[in-house]
Design a protein around this ligand. Sequence first.
Ligand code: NAD
Ligand code: PPY
Length: 363
Amino acid sequence: MFDTHLPAWDGEVCLSRFDHETEAFFVIAVHSRKRGPAAGGTRAAVYPTHADAVLDAMRLAGAMTPKMVAAGLPMGGGKSVIALPAPRHRLSDRHWRQILDVHAASLSLLNGAYWTGPDVGTTSADMDVLHAGSGFAFGRSAEAGGPGSSAPATAAGVHLAIRTAADDAGLGDLKGRRVAIQGLGAVGLDLLERILGDGAQIVATDVDAQRCERARALGAEIVAADRILSVESDVFAPCAMGGVIDRAVAATVNTAVVAGAANNVLADPEAADELARRGIVFAPDFIANGGGAVHLVGREVLGWSTSEVGEHLDHIAETLREVFDRARASDGNVDRAARAWVAEHLVDPAPAPDADRRKAAHG
Ligand code: NAD
Ligand code: PPY
C-alpha cells in the first residue's frame, strides 16, 4: 500500500519525526507553494501504522492545494499529522503539551514554508500553544488574539454548497427535503442547525452517543453509524472522515446529492465516475469545505473582517456552478471537471497578502 501510493504523490516535501520521549510520530507534508506558503491543519489521532500517518498527511496536504485555488486564497497546500501513542482523551495535559512543543519546534524549523491550523483532534487552544512556540499557526483563540474556530465558516460554506448542488440536481430549495448527515462534530452539528432552518428533515449519525443526543434534541432522526450510507435521502452530507465513498458505495448510495465537509470524501477516482453515471450531483469537498480556510487565511493573512469572510464564501457557490456546467458539457464527472478547473487556475494571480495587516495579525 505504502510503496504503491508513495511514488504517486506529487507534493514538494514530506518530513517525519518520531519523538522517543512522547512516543508520538509527526508528519508535515508540503504539497505546493506555487500560490504562497503552504497551509493546512494539524490532525492528531491514533493510526494503525506510521506509514498510514504519512499517507494521510500526503493525501490531506494534496487536498489543501486545490482548496486554496478554489477559494481564491494566496496560499499553497500542506498538512500535518500527529500519530498519537494513545487516544487524545487518555493523554495527560502535560503529555499533550510536550507533543505540541515538539510539533512547534518542527514548524519553527520550516520557518514559514508551512503554516498550520486546527483540524480533527486539535483546537484553537492548541493553536495558541503552537503559535507561541513557532509563530506559524492560524486559528488561535480570541483570548490569544486569533480568529477562533474555523468550524462555523466551514459549516456556512458547506450549507451554501448543499443549496447550490441541490438546485443543480433539480431539487429546488431544501424545504421538506431529507438530508442525511454523517458526523455531528463541530461542523456537522452547526450544519444541521442551518439545514433545519431551511425546513429540511434531518437523518443523522455519529459514533459518539452524546453528539447523537444533541442532534436528536434539535429535531434530527438518529440512525446507527453503519446505516447512514444506506438510508434514503435527497442530500448526503459526509462530515466525519474521508474515504467514505468508494465505487461500491457510489453504486448504491440512495441520494441525489453528495456534499459535505469531510476532506477527500471519494476513496477512489472510479467513485466519481459512478456518481456521474447515476446522475448524483457531487460537490467536490475541496470546494465545498473551503469556508474554514477562507476564515483563517482571510482573517489572519488578508486582514478581512468577519463580514468580508462571509461575503467571500459566495465564491463557493459560484465556483461550484462553474464546475457543474463544465461537467455537464463533458462527461458529467464533476470531480474531473473541478480538478481541470483547479489546474487552470493554480497560478492565477491570487490576492496579494497585505504585508502590514499580516504583520499586525501575527505581531
Ligand atoms: P470533529 O472532530 O469536530 O467532528 C467529527 C465527528 O465525526 C465527531 O463527532 C466523530 O465522533 C464523528 N465520526 C468519526 N467517525 C465517524 C463515523 N464512522 N461515523 C459517524 N461519525 C463519525 O471535526 P469537524 O471539525 O466537525 O470536521 C468534520 C470533517 O470536516 C473532518 O473530516 C474535517 O477534516 C473536515 N473539515 C473541517 C473543517 C473545519 O473547519 N473544522 C474544514 C475543512 C474540512
Ligand atoms: C482544512 O480546511 O482542511 C484545514 O486544514 C484548515 C486550515 C485551512 C487553512 C489554513 C490552515 C488550516
